[in-house]
Design a protein around this ligand. Structure first.
Ligand code: BDR
Ligand code: CA
Length: 328
């Protein structure tokens, strides 16, 4: 099988580690590098969590530390959703390998420029590292096939009424990326809110009854407790577990599960009220070139089945098996 060379840029983060789990068991992906963002938690914590979770999964891929702060605004973390350690207070093992001695920007630059074929970037956190990379080394664009990004929304936000967390945290970086001309696939809240586990799915996972599924259920329960309560929804209107970041991985391996449209998308960077809003021209009424493939629908049942299958395969990795994944 011809594998897709990918780099994962993430801010683990509960759904980020689930996305890593998903990515590491998929034979289609050749994961060449992981870079970490400050986002759900500080850079110290997300960089640690990436190595710690990889250690748990028996995987070793270079993890390079990204920028400590968004480009022009102060960092706001999502402690209430992801916990003080960024992983819902669930403890994974001490990392068995060191952080890379290359910075994320340096590692991204070298990995992209020396790749024999264009790289797919999977981005599941704020876009600070990728924005900075494009400012420092715009020539990388020629060797990036696409960016599969979890973030933004055509309609409604989760950080503010109109802004999704990853874009809100670093709107200037998102603006650079969205105006770069690189093909972008946006898994925003429009689709990620449809990619969820319901209570029955969660129970099915819990019933597998292994240490991994116990930890996953703990992570997902923590994360869902912080589910949105708004003035319009007095009760916790939704106990579903949203698999946000997994969509960005899922689209790369099984694009047919998703539907979307090409749209013009711009990022609001200046307004205090609507900072980080992705203005998606889903009305197709503005006279600007379409720059983003915006996903809006997913085949939830097949997506959930893929995730449960990934959990079962991850058990084999944890036990020391290497699946069918060839190592480079
Ligand atoms: C996004 O925000 C983060 O908290 C999640 O990890 C995901 O990337 C969802 O809005
Ligand atoms: Ca994330």
């Amino acid at each position: 099988m011809k594998r897709i060379p990918v780099i994962i840029d993430c801010d683990p983060g509960i759904d980020d580690v689930m996305a890593l789990l998903f990515a590491f068991v998929r034979p289609e992906l050749d994961i060449r590098l992981i870079t970490t963002e400050a986002g759900n938690q500080t850079q110290d914590k997300t960089a640690y969590n990436a190595r710690s979770f990889l250690t748990y999964m028996n995987q070793e891929v270079e993890v390079a530390r990204g920028l400590e702060q968004p480009l022009f605004v102060d960092l706001e973390v999502a402690e209430e959703v992801h916990g003080e350690n960024g992983l819902g207070d669930v403890i994974f093992p001490e990392p068995s390998f060191e952080e890379s001695n290359r910075t994320a920007i340096h590692a991204l630059y070298q990995t992209i420029m020396t790749s024999d074929e264009p790289i797919v970037l999977i981005a599941t956190g704020p876009l600070t590292n990728i924005g900075a990379l494009l400012l420092a080394h715009p020539e990388v664009k020629d060797n990036i096939r696409s960016i599969s990004f979890m973030g933004g929304a055509a309609v409604g936000g989760n950080m503010t009424p109109t802004a999704e967390f990853n874009v809100y945290v670093d709107p200037h970086a998102a603006d650079i990326v969205f105006r770069s001309g690189i093909p972008i696939v946006m898994s925003g809240l429009d689709v990620t809110h449809k990619a969820f586990l319901d209570e029955d799915d969660l129970k099915r996972i819990g019933d597998i009854g292994t240490e991994l599924t116990e930890r996953l259920v703990e992570l997902m329960t923590f994360y869902t407790k912080a589910a949105t309560q708004t003035a319009f929804h007095e009760e916790n209107y939704d106990t579903n577990v949203r698999l946000h970041d997994l969509c960005a991985v899922g689209y790369v391996v099984e694009p047919k599960l998703f539907q979307g449209d090409d749209c013009y998308v711009a990022i609001e960077t200046t307004s205090e009220l609507t900072r980080g809003t992705t203005m998606v021209d889903y009305t197709q009424s503005l006279p600007y070139a379409k720059n983003v493939h915006v996903l809006h629908t997913v085949d939830r049942e097949r997506f959930v089945a893929m995730f449960i299958d990934a959990i079962q395969k991850a058990e084999q990795l944890i036990k020391g098996g290497n699946l069918h994944v060839e190592k480079n």
